[in-house]
Design a protein around this ligand. Sequence first.
Ligand SMILES: Cc1ncc(COP(=O)(O)O)c(C=O)c1O
Length: 361
Amino acid sequence: MIQSRDFLKAISPYKPGRPIEEVARELKLKGEIIKLASNENPLGTSPLALQAIRKALKESYLYPDDNCYYFRKKLAERWSVEPGNIVVGNGSVEILPLATLAYLDPEHSALGSEGAFIWFKIAARIAAAELIEVPMRNHTHDLQAMLKAVKPNTRMIYIANPNNPTGTIVDRAEVEDFFRRVPDDILVIMDEAYIEYITDPRFPDSFKYLRDGKNILILRTFSKIYGLAGARLGYGIAPKEIIASLAKLRVSFNVNRLSQVAGLAALDDDRHVRRGRAVNEAGKDYLYEAYRKMGLFYLPTFANFIFVDFARDSQIVFEALQKKGIITRTIKEYGFPQALRITIGTEDQNRKLIRALKSVL
Ligand SMILES: Cc1ncc(COP(=O)(O)O)c(C=O)c1O
């Protein structure tokens, strides 16, 4: 049998939230299934994006614009940068291995929190680099400890802000101090997949560090509040030299036609963003109160999901909820064997979740 390369042994495949179709098939469930496993927008796809996709469908026989010219132009205007500062990905996760392959040799190390979004760890291993994992403090990235853990061969630091699966943030003052002290041969990735849900003024402005000429790669996605997870669309913003390096590794036509027009339209859909945020805020209030009354430990969230600790093997709770048609997410691979990460749904979905939880626990 042909042997794959050795470094692959260190890579465990990413385990996504289970799709509705799979759960329905496996458990032979007939009724409605609620997916609260992957932090999608419970309001669905941006209506403006949907309209644009429908219009563009007939052009599906044509290759997309490999440069994402109009999409990058619009993003550049939105963020007061230039198109050369932007790389578009088939989802923002696609950009993580581009970064590790561009900047990490096998003798280098990449650094992140133990409980950080796991795709970064996979990306570091794809580059066959060493991975340094730093313990979190109060379920939050410990930026000071991360700086202390930097080794002479460290070339990359990953910060998901808010972090998945904890929903916690590092604030403006912490990030300011971090950038003052981080060595300048390190690329800092700020993954801001959930930024549109942020309402707290303590949240840092990553663009400040881009303007200051730091080695920063900011990641954003259309999978969350814009409701385009199935379309796969994300982007990175960085100094032009960094973007040029990432672009060399990008597969041609990585972003399809429908996603490009969807993204263009979604950027104008302020109403969808506002509604998504409002539903999320209302859901937070309701769920915090419900979890508190049930005596469950949860982490106040800055994103659209809540980390809930059940003080028992979370697989049991996960499976019991699944039998009732509610898909959540275990997070054992993040080092949390007793917790579930549960997306904040619509009012109706949240009520069904709590009803189900009460009967399960
Ligand atoms: C922190 C973080 N980054 C990136 C992603 C993935 O985004 P995308 O769908 O754009 O690949 C997620 C999705 O769960 C996430 O939580």
